[in-house]
Write a protein of this length. Sequence first.
Length: 338
Amino acid sequence: MTSTKNALASVTVVIPVYNERDNIAELLERTLRACRALGRPWELILVDDGSRDGSSDLLATAAREHAGEIKVLLLNRNYGQHNAILCGFGAAQGDILITLDADLQNPPEEIGALVAKIDEGFDVVGSVRQDRQDALFRKVFSGLINMMVRKSTGVKLRDYGCMLRAYRRRVVDAMLSCRERHTFIPVLANLFAKRVTEIPVGHAERARGTSKYSFVTLINLQFDLLTCMTTAPLRMLSIVGAAVSALSIGFGALLLVLRFAYGAEWAGNGVFTLFAVAFFFIGAQFVALGLMGEYIGRIHADVRERPRYIVDRIVGETLGERNESTVGRPHASHERHS
Ligand code: UDP
Ligand code: MG
């Protein structure tokens, strides 16, 4: 098994589905064709994220028709795309995990190319949408977000929004052992990946139906992304506060000098000085808030219980044990791993 390990690495494709009734037939047909062409063991997991348009029945029927190939997980209500994917990951058995949207914006035909990249030794393979077919405001928005993520994670990927992605099993295990409720999978994955790359893929307009993200849910998603990635905004409070206080000291000193130069009339008889004093305290309050933010940030980090590290390999055996690659988990057991 070890000599042909790569050739045999099995694949799980996970697709979240929320009210995609009209897309399911084509989605299944194209995805199954792409999977069968892989020439290795594979499974297709569809997670129904509480659809109310009959998608669940279509999926359940498909699972019965393609027994041994398709598994369907039906959630009792809508938990959001990223939670649905994590649910699929929890049930996946493959060594390589692929995610993909159900609306056929990501061509399933690219699955083979993603798998090939993982075989090359990458832990995470993202994809960059060529000629992206979305509304202009989505593209501009997404450009800004991508820039921010690159800055704050230091991982130079170009397209975090594209969900056509592949992950190696151990990265997914690490993601599953994170306890947070709000998360953004591509960013989370980068925390645990050593080698990350991207491939260009085609992008189509949504085949049928409408986007499941309204402006408001899109904003919520960006907050998930931000808080999953960094606590920097909390720290910004301190920095901004300190800057305001420092500036107000300068402002006060300047007022003092000008007061002597031009007299009390010019300085509004002390009103401006009051401003300088007020700004100083406003700044100080921000510093205090920021300090509290530091504590909250640490609580946030601890509550998430992310694994601190992943052990890549253990070399050597002691006391007669047999070691295998393991995922480092500070708290070993977790109910998601049942
Ligand atoms: N989706 C989901 N739960 C949700 C919202 C979306 O499972 O609450 C799925 C949806 O069915 C699709 C994917 O996530 O497979 C991406 O959704 P959509 O195409 O609406 O997002 P957009 O392309 O507009 O970003
Ligand atoms: Mg879409």
